[in-house]
Write a protein that binds this ligand. Structure first.
Ligand SMILES: [Zn+2]
Length: 371
């Protein structure tokens, strides 16, 4: 019998075409064209390891339907939505900043947001207890009127606004462990006390100008946005400490009715766009901590949406570890990299990392408590 864990993946997600580039910069001048670091590879290989290992048979497949324009407009500006549709129907273009896309990416971006909507719906309605949407393109950098950092539509904002509009959910919490700051998700709920947003990220990575602890919400939303900028080089010890001292106590105060996790695997030891040290077992432990919190606070309701992760070789092992934990089923997959990385000295919490966590922890007592 399948587990109570939902799984969203659509082959078209791998067809979203980010073209050639030199890493993440457009080629030209001294930059010879090469692959874009954001491609379908890491996602497709994650999905294939899930299938080949047999783990996929233990999960409940949830079909993604394209998000409607009405869904997108709950967050995005009409002229921006129209621009993406028009460019995609033509020859593609750039959604704004470092977000290239090819012909046909409109349909795929709508399907990416739609995968998140479908999973959130399945978790909220109790069809599954928790689940993972391996959707692409990612969403957490997208602003209302600008695509940024490979993100066309703000998948999480669109999905949460959809759930709130249809089901009247009063309190949603978002924990974003992608190595980059979740600026778009932060912006989508910055003045809104109904959604607690917490981002753990590498300090100053991307976007360079956002993600400080001072960004704590505005107006009615004051206190309901927490940033934990961690120094480059942070490992499992730093992340576990940040969870213990910031993420978990903030969730306990806020008492969400459902927990959304924005899962990027670019804080792993092998990522070309991050400088952190996590491995599959770190992600397994972080997943367990969030599942326990969801169990205590909101009947176990937890939905994960995929964000970044640019190591085609290693992302699949992080993903399988998270899915094993969510579903309670073990696959025969063994992470062959784990023995190299698990016991590196840098995995332990360092004093300068602890100081950064202490700065963020001071804000926990200002997280709004439900009336
Ligand atoms: Zn990222």
């Amino acid at each position: 019998m399948a587990s109570n864990t939902g799984w969203v993946w659509h082959e078209a997600y791998a067809w979203h075409d980010t073209g050639t580039a030199a890493g993440y910069l457009p080629s030209g001048g001294w930059l010879q064209p090469h692959e874009n670091l954001e491609s379908g590879d890491s996602k497709r290989r994650f999905a294939e390891l899930v299938a080949v290992s047999g783990l996929g048979d233990e999960l409940q497949r949830i079909a993604a339907q394209p998000a409607s324009v009405e869904d997108l407009l709950r967050f995005h500006a009409p002229q921006y939505v129209e621009k993406i549709r028009r460019l995609s129907a033509d020859a593609g273009g750039d959604a704004g900043e470092l977000t290239p896309f090819g012909k046909g990416s409109w349909e795929i971006a709508c399907l990416s947001a739609g995968g998140c909507i479908a999973l959130l719906d399945a978790v909220w309605s109790g069809r599954v207890r928790n689940g993972y949407s391996l959707n692409r393109p990612p969403g957490h950098h997208a602003d209302a009127d600008l695509g940024r950092g490979y993100c066309i539509f703000g998948n999480a904002v669109v999905a949460i606004r959809n759930l709130q509009a249809r089901c009247g959910v009063a309190r949603v919490a978002v924990v974003d462990w992608d190595v980059h700051h979740g600026n778009g998700t932060q912006g989508g709920f910055y003045e809104d006390p109904s959604v607690l947003t917490i981002s753990l990220h590498q300090d100053g990575n991307y976007p360079a100008e956002s993600g400080s602890t001072e960004e704590n919400g505005r107006g009615a939303g004051i206190g309901s946005n927490l940033n934990v900028p961690l120094p480059a080089g942070s490992g499992t010890g730093a992340y576990l400490s940040a969870f213990e001292r910031v993420v978990l106590p903030a969730l306990e105060r806020f008492r969400p009715e459902i927990l959304v996790v924005l899962s990027g695997f670019d804080a792993c030891n092998m990522d070309p766009l991050g400088r952190m040290m996590l491995h599959s077992n770190s992600y397994r432990q972080l997943t367990r901590l969030l599942m326990d919190a969801a169990e205590r606070l909101c009947g176990g309701r937890l939905a994960m949406f995929h964000e970044g992760g640019y190591s085609p070789v290693y992302v699949p092992f992080c993903g399988v570890a998270v899915l094993e934990e969510l579903s309670g089923r073990r696959s025969p997959v063994v992470d062959p990299f784990l023995p190299f990385w698990e016991n590196l000295p840098g995995q332990r919490l360092q004093a300068h990392q602890e100081a950064a966590i202490t700065r963020a922890a001071r804000l926990v007592e200002a997280v709004p408590v439900p009336a």
